[in-house]
Design a protein around this ligand. Structure first.
Ligand SMILES: [Zn+2]
Length: 348
């Protein structure tokens, strides 16, 4: 650890001097991470703390069981995936009361999920980024929030945002607060409310709900200034046209576009060319890194230093020695390791 810290201090000094001459403030620019259901699945492939499975969108009918089967049998929607079927049922299926039941079952299932006691990818994600960075998730599950909470105070953590709502995220309508159930707003002292969940819809309008819009606005604004974009476990389907457009609109505006890299973490089995084609407007200069495992990503290999690493790689073509991942089964050990990295940041 001592050797790594010395190395970082030397690297930081050289980079800071060069940076001020050529690309001002690049290492201070944000790293934006977008998470989809594949990230939760990769974090807990065998299930959560209690062995409950982590579903992808098309696994949801299995969780809903006979309630969903009964609804499909009665309403007879056209053939399609879960999202298109859900969307049709809401608009044309005359099934609003039954859909409310379905929503309650989904909400209860996701609320009951919990991170295992040992460190997961979620812990490496929140500890591996800094206060300038942002993690935005499409997932309703509580994992990002739980990881943020249990690692609070270890180091300065990134901002976290919920693009489709989250079963445990509570906030204030007037103030942009990250909180949980039974907490009060530190500014107006009103009880925090849970925002709504954004249920599957083929025509996604993120302006309909003020709290979801607030999180989207924060993410797109941060993208306008970002140096680095990681998309993890989110396939960006064509039906997510509005989500894809919002991310792209922000990302196109960053002044770092000439240097910018996109990092995509997708499960094994998907062809790299297919992934590249799906995200081609996001990768204008073929600066991409596609991995099938989080452990090869920049966040795992250069935790809390992704911008410094990228800056050095982009500007000088300098390879950097891996800083991580520090693998351990003990959350306390992991937090101690990150806490030492944080000390170097405080002293810089
Ligand atoms: Zn308030």
């Amino acid at each position: 650890m001592k050797k790594i810290i010395e190395l970082l201090q030397t690297q930081s000094k050289i980079l800071t001097e060069e940076m001020l001459r050529s690309a001002p403030f690049a290492p201070q620019r944000p790293h934006v991470v977008i998470l989809g259901a594949g990230a939760s699945k990769a974090a807990m492939p065998t299930g959560d703390k209690f062995g409950k499975s982590i579903p992808l969108m098309d696994d949801l009918p299995e969780i809903l069981g006979k309630e969903w089967d009964g609804l499909i049998k009665d309403a007879k929607p056209p053939k399609g995936n879960f999202e298109s079927t859900f969307s049709w049922l809401r608009k044309e299926g005359n099934s609003s009361s039954k859909l409310s039941e379905i929503e309650k079952i989904l909400e209860a299932y996701f609320t009951g999920l919990s991170l295992p006691d040992y460190p997961t990818i979620y812990d490496y994600l929140v500890l591996g980024l800094r206060g300038k960075d942002i993690i935005a998730t499409f997932n309703w599950d509580p994992f990002l929030m739980q990881a943020h909470k249990r690692n609070g105070g270890v180091v300065e953590l990134p901002d976290i945002r919920f693009l489709h709502g989250c079963v445990v995220f509570h906030t204030c309508n007037e103030h942009d607060i990250l909180g949980g159930p039974f907490e009060k707003c530190p500014q107006c002292h009103k009880a925090l409310q849970r925002g709504c969940l954004f249920y599957p819809d083929e025509n996604k309008d993120y302006t309909k709900d003020a709290l979801i819009k607030r999180d989207w606005d924060r993410v797109t604004k941060t993208l306008e200034d970002a140096f680095h974009l990681t998309i993890f476990g989110y396939s960006g389907p064509a039906t997510d046209y509005n989500a894809r457009k919002l991310i792209l609109d922000g990302w196109c505006k960053t002044p770092m576009r000439d240097f910018s890299h996109v990092e995509i973490i997708e499960r094994d089995g998907k062809e790299q060319e297919e992934i590249r084609k799906c995200w081609k407007e996001y990768i204008p200069f073929h600066h991409d890194m596609i991995f099938s495992s989080f452990w090869n990503s920049s966040i795992a290999r250069w935790p809390r230093r992704t911008s410094e690493w990228k800056y050095s790689a982009s500007l000088y073509g300098l390879p950097a020695e891996n800083l991580g991942p520090f693998k351990t089964d003990s959350l306390q050990e992991l937090q101690e390791w990150f806490s030492k990295l944080g000390e170097v940041e405080d002293n810089k």
